[in-house]
Design a protein. Structure first.
Length: 184
């Protein structure tokens, strides 16, 4: 993505702003209107095509960094609407996260991860109690091999260990991180 801001448009007030498309089509150009009549543009194309497009315009354009563009867009009505849609999409994807452990699919949405976390915290407390009572670390770590029945993403009960839950929680956190980095 390449970003530009149109220079002062006060003298353009009321005029229709047109662009020369060159090798670009309308679908790759998005406009965002600021409160003071400013316009920011995003171009979804190659750097070469974006530079060629910018040079052929009659309007004076200022290149924007991605951070400058995001800051501008967040203050626009379009940006606020897009952010709301983005949050809804992110929530939908977060609630549908699934990971696989030994060919069994498990939900790793936020609710499932909270449940894993509660059992892992309980196991950690039991481990610490065992250590404090004089049990060796090796013996105390047996708590993590405790097996319980858990419902898979396919609605079947399977037996998994606390250690398995740690792995599922870690996989879910990785998926969540990728989603947050991609969507915001």
């Amino acid at each position: 993505m390449y970003y530009y801001k149109l220079k002062e448009l006060k003298e353009q007030s009321g005029k229709v702003i047109t662009y020369r498309l060159g090798e670009l089509d309308n679908e790759c150009i998005s406009e965002y209107y600021g409160e003071n009549g400013e316009i920011a543009l995003s171009l979804e194309t190659t750097e070469e095509k974006a530079n060629a497009w910018a040079q052929m315009q009659e309007l004076e354009l200022t290149p924007l960094s991605e951070a400058e563009f995001k800051e501008f867009v967040q203050g626009t009505e379009q940006g606020k609407a897009i952010w709301e849609l983005t949050k809804k999409q992110r929530e939908k994807e977060l609630n549908a996260q699934i990971t696989t452990l030994r060919e069994v699919r498990f939900n790793v949405d936020e609710v499932a991860m909270d449940r894993f976390n509660r059992l892992i915290c309980l196991a950690n407390a039991k481990y610490n109690q065992a250590i404090l009572s004089g049990v060796s670390a090796q013996e105390a770590s047996a708590i993590y091999q405790t097996r319980i029945q858990w419902k898979s993403a396919d609605n079947e009960f399977v037996e998994i260990s606390i250690q398995d839950m740690c792995e599922l929680l870690e996989n879910g956190m990785r998926q969540m991180q990728v989603l947050w980095e991609r969507v915001g």
